[in-house]
Ligand binder design. Structure first.
Ligand code: ADP
Ligand code: MG
Length: 427
């Protein structure tokens, strides 16, 4: 056995060295927003990508204090929750729903894939049911995530005479304006499109007494903060504000305080990454080719549904081409593809028509794709937080997942025009 990935995740484990890892480490390729300069990879600590999924400190051991039936929410909403086959609240729901129902501002921190969306949707839908004047604004960093939140909103609000619209870039704005004018209870969007609609005076942000920032640390990071300040600045001062994320640095947490009043912090995380994800590295020597090693892995039986992250849009395209040349069926998501093909690619992957999806970090945040068996970091992420979000696309809701990070090796994929310069990777 030549390479460590052939070993059954044994020999290369150094879980103990993993324990010391902390969020917000910078792996040496620019800053957390994906921009910034290039630094030598010698600062990368490989042990951070190695961790055995643990059954012991499993969040499942937590016994929810409430049943959904205990919450003081409308009966019709409870019925919609059962229709989604949510038997009992997940930990973050158990703790956050009562606080949001009480009208508190909340900062909710919980691992990837542990039900944060319903933790804010359920209490806010209930708030609308109790007072039809209430309107909710939900802001998310990517188009796909905004659309996904809207789809969960529609499930939970089905038959309740509550209407939501997702407003994202790259999709026809006229239809979105038409929907908004028909009357809405909730608006879910990306910062850019929301700002555009506010500037066109299609929406008056003053009517939203409730706001959710999902993936809060990303929303308050450099790339979005100007837009977020603009949006929050136009909301009423008297409002309920909630933030949710799997990662939140001290710096950004301080910023949340500027936008909220006496927030309750609810934290259910026990360590940096979800304990459901088994993590290992694949070391590649300078003479080996990453694409050869990748195809070797993808040919294996247990690599059933694989999400591969590359650093740049062109890197993603080149990798998809190379995989197709090798006979694999693969699709891609990145910021240079138009929105309808991005949506189509995601749908085919979700529905198992394509088993390999290659993406930039635009797919790293929030996406809930069932049964992803493996996340492969073909290129190392910019920051440790980006890593946490990428690998959080597998091992969701108590399922086990595997994350592999390629270390070293040449990509052998350079075409003319390939740029080493990191492109802002969240678009
Ligand atoms: P997060 O935002 O924490 O990453 P999501 O809100 O995307 O997680 O939820 C992950 C998955 O868990 C979704 O498919 C969601 O439908 C499902 N889910 C949410 N709440 C429950 C629950 N109480 N019981 C079972 N499944 C749930
Ligand atoms: Mg989420």
């Amino acid at each position: 056995m030549r390479r460590n990935f052939r070993k059954p995740f044994g020999a290369s484990f150094r879980s103990s060295s993993f324990q010391g890892s902390r969020s917000r480490r910078n792996f040496g390729r620019g800053r957390s927003s994906g921009g910034g300069g290039y630094q030598k990879s010698s600062r990368i600590n490989e042990s951070m990508f190695i961790n055995k999924a643990s059954e012991n400190d499993h969040i499942l051991d937590y016994v929810a204090k409430h049943k959904f039936s205990d919450f003081k929410i409308e009966e019709r909403l409870k019925q919609n929750i059962s229709k989604k086959k949510f038997d009992k609240p997940m930990v973050i729901q158990d703790k956050a729903i009562p606080e949001i129902l009480r009208g508190k501002d909340v900062i909710g921190l919980a691992d990837t894939g542990t039900g944060k969306t319903a933790a804010f949707l359920i209490p806010f839908i209930d708030k609308i049911l109790k007072d039809r004047n209430q309107k909710i604004l939900i802001v998310a960093p990517t188009r796909e995530l905004a659309l996904q939140i809207n789809s969960e909103f529609m499930d939970l609000a089905r038959g309740l005479n509550i209407y939501s619209v997702a407003v994202v870039g790259g999709a026809g704005i006229r239809e979105q304006i038409y929907q908004i004018r028909r009357g809405i209870n909730a608006l879910i969007g990306t910062p850019g499109r929301l700002k555009d609609l506010a500037n066109r005076r299609v929406i008056n942000l003053n009517i939203f007494q409730n706001v959710v920032l999902d993936e809060a640390d990303r929303m308050l990071d450099m790339g979005f903060i100007v837009d977020i300040k603009f949006l929050l600045g136009q909301l009423p001062k008297e409002r309920q504000t909630v933030f949710f994320s799997a990662t939140l640095s001290k710096e950004i947490e301080n910023l949340t305080k500027d936008f909220s009043k006496d927030p309750v912090k609810i934290e259910t995380k026990i360590r940096d990454t979800s304990s459901n994800v088994e993590q290992d590295i694949v070391k590649i020597s300078p003479s080996e080719s990453k694409i050869e090693i990748l195809s070797g892995l993808l040919a294996k039986k247990d690599f059933k549904k694989v999400l591969i992250f590359a650093r740049t849009k062109i890197g993603v395209e080149n990798l998809v081409d190379a995989l197709k040349d090798k006979g694999f069926k693969a699709d891609s998501i990145h910021g240079d593809r138009n929105q309808s093909s991005r949506q189509r690619a995601l749908k085919s992957f979700k529905e198992d028509r394509v088993k390999i999806l290659v993406a930039t970090d635009v797919a790293a945040r929030g996406l809930d794709i069932p049964e992803v068996t493996h996340v492969i970091n073909y290129d190392i992420p910019n920051t440790y937080d980006d890593y946490i979000h990428r690998i959080g696309r597998t091992g969701r809701v108590n399922k086990k997942g595997i994350a592999l990070t390629f270390i070293g090796g040449k990509s052998h994929l350079r075409k003319s025009g390939y740029s080493r310069k990191p492109i802002r990777n969240y678009n």
